[in-house]
Design a protein around this ligand. Structure first.
Ligand code: DQA
Length: 145
């Protein structure tokens, strides 16, 4: 099974960025833990601060992998282009957030991409990504792949 993880703007700063909200672990470190926990899953990983690069990577991977885990960062709240992209793909996309966006500022309560995603997971720290992987494994099982 192939899962593509895509992180959007400022998520390259995980571990340094607002640790009270996002924790003090770098994503690459967490990814090692995730890979070790799911030896049968092939994980691709990509991060960009640029909206178009996120879309390019979604298009490149979202027709051939079994699922995409997407933390679009602040583009979650603004990007119709990402919404359109998610709708275009064959692979199911799970929207994730490290923080519980619904406990935070009101502008974070609205997502432009949730309506195009298979589901949304937020508020569990980096474990949100693992929960999304579990969700994608469940979807793949239902499909019988
Ligand atoms: C975030 C939440 C967004 O509102 C914010 O802009 C981020 C990170 C999260 O993972 O909690 O960059 O997606």
């Amino acid at each position: 099974m192939k899962i593509q993880i895509i992180n959007g703007p400022n998520l390259n700063l995980l571990g340094r960025r607002e640790p009270g909200i996002y924790g003090n672990r770098a994503f690459e470190d967490w990814l090692q833990t995730l890979r070790a926990a799911y030896p049968d899953v092939e994980f691709g990983y990509f991060q960009s601060n640029i909206e178009g690069e996120l879309i390019d990577m979604m298009q490149q991977t979202g027709f051939s992998c079994d699922g995409v885990v997407l933390n679009a960062g602040a583009y979650t709240h603004t990007s119709i282009a990402l919404q359109d992209c998610i709708r275009s793909l064959d692979a199911p996309v799970i929207e994730v957030h490290i923080s519980n966006v619904h406990k935070r500022e009101e502008f974070r309560h609205r997502s432009m991409i949730s309506c195009a995603c298979a589901g949304v997971i937020c508020g569990f720290g980096l474990d949100s990504y693992r929960l999304a992987v579990e969700a994608l494994i469940g979807i793949a099982r239902q499909k019988g792949t």
